[in-house]
Design a protein around this ligand. Structure first.
Ligand code: COI
Length: 370
């Protein structure tokens, strides 16, 4: 047993006796998919009302033992994050903006009446796991190591109140992009029947319940021949909010100049880290960005008159995914020529080049692990 001191916080390391061999790991990493192939270890940290955060441990990835009365199983106190570690040209590893995820994790915790995890402890967990399982960070083009921190209420009692005991866990998966293969535009379904979030609800928290509530609409989208559902506002069912679990950007072009519009954070949208990064990155490429609102009618009209040339979705898992076609109960239309747009692909390349260390990290976003 060893102890790793990453900054002020200490994660106790119990190295796994069941590390997979180099050959096994390489075979698994040849085609990892998304979220199917876990690394050898995980971090666990407990919280109780009397002790606060304690017993931070990195040990072998293993199933959990959970009491059937554990409160997460009944009332859904469960939050998570998604962030990625990238292999760098010098062979080292860097994680993209982990502090932003630590901060959003705590905003989600606050909204679900769960304890906040000190940012240094979140970072220490990331550093410990990525450090020990660094061999699982892929170097194949397009691949990365997806980190999934999450927290659940473990107290064993079914009275309805915030739990008094929690477990933070961090696991990791080598991944190919969420939408694998060549960059292929997705077709989206505008959901008139279901909404994702309303003002005052949990829309801006990254909690499991938001994703559970989206599955039926996602299934409906698939039945309509679409890849993803697009959410509209809960009140007027008119203003565009998000696509599945991703933020949306609209590209307007006029006289050779392009402008981005992304729905503003009204309290119902997830404040995406990639969304925030693109808002900062686009001006570097000479592209203006505005946070505002866009209605379904404006979307359709803009595509018809040629002013709205591209639409794309972004998120940690998907990176940037072009949207090529829109369907609803009353209409169907194509965006541009239906192919991935130039601005979309420029932004995608700029972001991936930065994350993979092929371009300088001018915003100081990459957190080196070695
Ligand atoms: C991410 O983009 O990382 C997410 O959390 C979305 C999830 C549905 C895979």
């Amino acid at each position: 047993m060893t102890t790793t001191d990453t900054g002020r916080e200490v994660v106790e390391v119990v190295l796994s006796g069941s590390r997979r061999s180099d050959a096994e790991r390489e075979a698994l990493m040849a085609d990892p998919g998304f979220g199917r192939v876990h690394t050898d270890h995980m971090v666990a940290i407990r919280w109780t009302e009397d002790r606060g955060w304690h017993q931070a441990t990195l040990s072998a990835y293993a199933p959990l033992t959970l009491d059937p009365s554990a409160m997460v199983l009944h009332y859904g106190q469960a939050i998570f994050e998604g962030l990625k570690a990238y292999r760098q040209p010098d062979g080292g590893v860097a994680v993209f903006r982990p502090l932003e995820n630590a901060r959003r994790f705590n905003r989600s915790a606050h909204r679900l009446a769960m304890p906040e995890l000190p940012e240094e402890l979140f970072l220490a967990a990331v550093e410990a796991l990525v450090g020990v399982d660094a061999a699982w960070v892929p170097s194949a083009p397009g691949q990365s190591l997806y980190l999934r921190p999450f927290m659940i209420a473990t107290e064993a009692q079914v009275g309805m109140r915030p739990a008094h005991e929690y477990l933070f866990l961090l696991i990791a998966f080598p991944v190919t992009p969420f939408f694998p293969g060549e960059v292929r535009p997705v077709t989206v379904w505008l959901s008139a029947e279901y909404v994702r979030a309303a003002v005052g609800g949990t829309g801006e928290a990254k909690c499991g319940g938001n994703y559970a509530g989206s599955l039926l609409a996602q299934r409906q989208a698939a039945e309509k021949g679409c890849d993803q559902v697009v959410w509209l506002d809960a009140v007027e069912r008119r203003w565009v909010e998000e696509m599945g679990g991703m933020n949306l950007f609209f590209v307007f072009s006029e006289g050779g100049r392009s402008r981005l519009l992304t729905p503003a954070l009204t309290g119902t949208l997830l404040p995406g880290v990639v969304r925030d990064s693109l808002i900062a990155l686009a001006p570097d490429l000479g592209i203006e960005v505005e946070q505002g609102r866009i209605s379904v009618e404006q979307w359709q009209r803009g595509c018809a008159d040629g002013s709205l040339t591209e639409v794309f979705a972004c998120g940690t898992a998907a990176v940037i995914a072009p949207v090529g076609r829109v369907k609803s109960t009353t209409a169907e239309w194509q965006i541009g020529d239906g192919a991935p747009g130039k601005v979309t692909m420029r932004l995608r390349t700029a972001l991936l080049d930065l994350q993979n260390g092929r371009q300088p990290d001018t915003h100081g976003w990459m957190h080196r692990i070695d």
